[in-house]
Design a protein around this ligand. Structure first.
Ligand code: ZN
Length: 125
């Protein structure tokens, strides 16, 4: 009987301790989760400018290639416009570039505007 009482006493005494401990563990878990969310968010925050820079570089490269293929002499001006104004410059470029389909040049296989008399890359007809 004494043993049982001791065990019960121990169990009852230990119960609040266990509860406190599990609450503590829960707190730790929430802290860890908050830390994880925090790390993921700062990771995303670092990624945003990287993605924006990558998209801008892609737009600049595309405008440089496209304007060359369309035989535009002021291609550098368009590249600079997109460099400084980003998507706005890209929209202005797309609206004002010579319209038409691009085909692969028979002589140099670079892309050229179909309606051009001479290839802007190799000068062949
Ligand atoms: Zn060519």
């Amino acid at each position: 009987m004494t043993l049982l009482r001791t065990l019960t006493g121990l169990a009852l005494g230990a119960l609040p301790l266990l509860l406190a401990q599990s609450a503590f563990a829960q707190d730790d878990f929430e802290d860890a989760a908050a830390l994880g969310v925090c790390a993921a968010m700062s990771g995303a925050l670092i990624m945003i400018p990287i993605v924006i820079i990558a998209v801008n570089i892609a737009m600049i490269v595309w405008v440089a290639k496209d304007s060359k293929a369309r035989g535009m002499e002021n291609s550098i001006v368009w590249v600079l416009l997109v460099f400084f104004t980003s998507v706005l410059g890209l929209v202005i470029y797309i609206l004002s570039r010579p319209k038409g389909d691009k085909v692969a040049c028979a002589s140099c296989s670079n892309m050229r505007l179909q309606s051009l008399v001479k290839c802007p890359h190799c000068g062949n007809a």
